[in-house]
Design a protein around this ligand. Structure first.
Ligand SMILES: [Zn+2]
Length: 328
C-alpha cells in the first residue's frame, strides 16, 4: 500500500498542478496558507468547529477552502482535531482554543497524514498526546520528504512547509480500531471506519452533541467531490456508506475543508461515487479502454466543483477503472 501511495502521487502531481489552479497563475496555490483566517463556531457546550472565514461563501460555489477541524473541551483538558499546514495556522487554532478556555490541550488527532491536517503537530505543547492511525505514522516515517515536496508544489513555497519536521503519533489507532477518550464529562471516540482516502483515516465522534469530524474523505458540501488520490473506489464507497449509516439523522458533520454540514449532505458524495462505479463498470463491460472510459463517463449532473476538470477525469475515473478492472 505504501508503494502504491507513492506511485499514485507521482503520477498525479503534474496533472494536479495544471488542472487545480484553473485560471489562476500556475504558481498560486488553491488556497494560501499565508492568508487564511480561521474562525471558530460553538456547536454545543465545549464543542467547537473551526474553519476558514471564507468557507461559507466559497464552499457552496465549489471553490477550494482551507482545512477545517475543531476542539472538544472537558473538565480535564482539550482534544484538538487536526493541526493545520503551518505554524501560522496552528497558532490561530491554539488562539481560538485560548479564547474559550484556559484548560491545557492534552490530545490532538490527525484525521490523516495529509500535511494540511498534521504538519502543525510540532507547534503544540510538548506534552500533547498526538493521536494518529498506525498507517498515517508509517507513511510519514517512510515518505516525509517526498510528502513535503508534494505539498510545496501544491501549496507553494514560503508557506511554512520548509520548517516542518515530522512529528508523528504518540498513540496509534490500528486498522478497524477505535479509541475512547474521557476528557472529564466529555467523551470523544476516534474511529477507523475503513479505507476512506489514505488508508490511515480517522473520524472523530462526540456523541453528546452528535458531532462527527470527517477529514478529507468528505471535502465539504455539494458540489465538492471526493478525491480518490490513492484509488480504492470500492472501499471508499463502502466506508462512506458505513459512516452514513452510523450517523443519527440530526448529526452535525464537520468536513475536511468547509463549515458544518448535515448527514444528508454526505449523500451527494455517496451518489457521486456510486454513479462513477456504475458508469465505469458499464464502460469496462463494453471493453472500452481507459481513455475511452474517461471520454464517456463525463457525469454532467455532478459538475460545479472548481476542481471537477481535474478530480473527475484525471483522478477519480482512472482510479475507478483500475479498481474495477481488478475484479475481472
Ligand atoms: Zn485536507
Amino acid at each position: 500500500m505504501k508503494t502504491l501511495h507513492n506511485i499514485t502521487r507521482t503520477i498525479f502531481i503534474p496533472t494536479l498542478l495544471v488542472m487545480s489552479v484553473g485560471s489562476v497563475s500556475a504558481a498560486e496555490p488553491v488556497w494560501d496558507a499565508n492568508k487564511v483566517t480561521l474562525v471558530s463556531e460553538k456547536l454545543a457546550d465545549g464543542v467547537y468547529a473551526y474553519y476558514s472565514s471564507e468557507a461559507k461563501a466559497k464552499e457552496v460555489k465549489g471553490l477550494p477552502v482551507a482545512t477545517s477541524g475543531g476542539f472538544v473541551i472537558g473538565s480535564d483538558g482539550v482534544l484538538l482535531i487536526d493541526t493545520m499546514l503551518n505554524e501560522r495556522l496552528n497558532k490561530q487554532v491554539q488562539q481560538l482554543v485560548r479564547e474559550v478556555t484556559d484548560k491545557p490541550i492534552r490530545h490532538a488527532v490527525n484525521t490523516s497524514f495529509h500535511g494540511d491536517h498534521s504538519y502543525g503537530n510540532m507547534y503544540l505543547p510538548a506534552a500533547t498526546n498526538i493521536i494518529q492511525h498506525v498507517n498515517a505514522k508509517a507513511y510519514i516515517d517512510q515518505h516525509f520528504k517526498a510528502d513535503t515536496e508534494f505539498m510545496m508544489q501544491n501549496f507553494g513555497k514560503g508557506r511554512g512547509i520548509e520548517q516542518i519536521v515530522p512529528t508523528t503519533g504518540d498513540t496509534l489507532i490500528p486498522e478497524s480500531g477505535k479509541l475512547t477518550i474521557d476528557l472529564g464529562g466529555k467523551v470523544v471516540q476516534i474511529i477507523d471506519f475503513g479505507f476512506a482516502q489514505t488508508g490511515g483515516d480517522l473520524f472523530v465522534w462526540e456523541p453528546q452533541s452528535k458531532t462527527l469530524w470527517a477529514g478529507n474523505p468528505i471535502i465539504t458540501v455539494k458540489p465538492s467531490l471526493p478525491w480518490l488520490l490513492d484509488g480504492h473506489l470500492l472501499e471508499t464507497l463502502a466506508t462512506l456508506n458505513k459512516v452514513y449509516d452510523f450517523l443519527p439523522e440530526d448529526a452535525k458533520v464537520i468536513p475536511g475543508h468547509g463549515s458544518m454540514m448535515s448527514k444528508q449532505d454526505i449523500k451527494w458524495h455517496i451518489d457521486y461515487l456510486a454513479t462513477v462505479k456504475e458508469q465505469v463498470q458499464s464502460a469496462i463491460d463494453q471493453g472500452l479502454t481507459l481513455a475511452q472510459t474517461v471520454a464517456k463517463v463525463t457525469m454532467p449532473k455532478f459538475t460545479g466543483y472548481a476542481l471537477f476538470g481535474w478530480v473527475h477525469p484525471a483522478l477519480n475515473v482512472p482510479a475507478a477503472y483500475k479498481d474495477l478492472n481488478k475484479l475481472k
